[in-house]
Design a protein around this ligand. Structure first.
Ligand SMILES: [Zn+2]
Length: 264
């Protein structure tokens, strides 16, 4: 079991135990005579949970009640008549892969206790009609959703393309002069480099990018190019559900690493 998966599970167990014990004590009814004792026990568990979470370097806010869950928007790039780039071997559309990885990432982040909102939830683009100017309308709709959701973090999921078949691996982009965006991007890049490193792919650096999706909120926003559809080797990985799940887990681990760094 990998370290990131391990502390995620341990974190959940700590929280589940704390909540369970507390609610059981509460249900029994708190007579005045035992109130102090119950309170002490509850506080003990809450402290234990806090210590446990802290020891595991997992941000406490992630595991608190629903109202204070940290919200993340995942943006599946392209969609509808805008398929994005295309796999050279299988002909797969970037838009389809983006959505697959987005859905897996959503699942992993929810498992970890985050609140997740999506811009694009289906194959369709967000432009209403395919008339002229659809791309602009699509992008504007994404921005509206992000501004309405007001997330702490934005992750836009894409696939890369390059003239050379030998370019491989994931690359994360952030807005220039966004200090937190840079930290977030580097935390994600480190995780993705480790994953692709297992396949012998050399590490890439997070980079600044002048993209609309990085300008929708002041909060840290990144574009994750999950791999190169111009590389047959990357494409073979990207179309595999197992690799998509690994990508999602690594991105989620990067989120936690970034937030842990912010709290320390
Ligand atoms: Zn794209």
């Amino acid at each position: 079991m990998k370290a990131d998966v391990f502390y995620k599970r341990v974190g959940q167990v700590c929280v589940e135990r704390g909540i369970f014990r507390f609610s059981r004590a509460y249900d029994k009814g708190m007579k005045k005579s035992i109130f102090a004792m119950v309170l002490a026990v509850a506080m003990g568990f809450i402290t234990a949970v806090a210590l446990c979470v802290r020891a595991l370097n997992v941000p406490q806010a992630v595991f608190s009640d629903a109202d204070s869950k940290m919200k993340i928007v995942i943006d599946a790039g392209h969609g509808g008549i805008d398929g994005g780039v295309m796999g050279k071997t299988t002909g797969i559309k970037e838009s389809d892969l983006n959505l697959e990885i987005t859905m897996r990432l959503k699942e992993v982040l929810i498992e970890m206790g985050f609140e997740v909102a999506l811009t694009r939830k289906t194959e369709a683009g967000l432009y209403d009609t395919a008339a002229k100017g659809f791309k602009k309308r699509d992008m504007q709709k994404r921005k509206e959703i992000i501004q309405e959701e007001d997330p702490s973090l934005v992750i836009s999921v894409h696939q890369n393309l390059f003239p050379s078949k030998s370019s491989r691996g994931a690359q994360v982009f952030y807005r220039k002069n966004s200090e937190n965006g840079e930290k977030f991007a580097k935390a994600l890049q480190a995780q993705l480099n480790e994953l692709y490193g297992e396949e012998g792919v050399k590490a890439r650096n997070a980079a600044t990018g002048n993209y609309f999706m990085l300008e929708c909120t002041e909060n840290p926003s990144v574009i994750v190019e999950c791999g190169f559809l111009s590389s047959p080797a990357d494409e073979a990985l990207l179309v595999s559900p197992a690799w998509q799940r690994k990508l999602a887990e690594r991105i989620a681990a990067g989120v936690v690493a970034y937030l842990a760094g912010e709290l320390s």
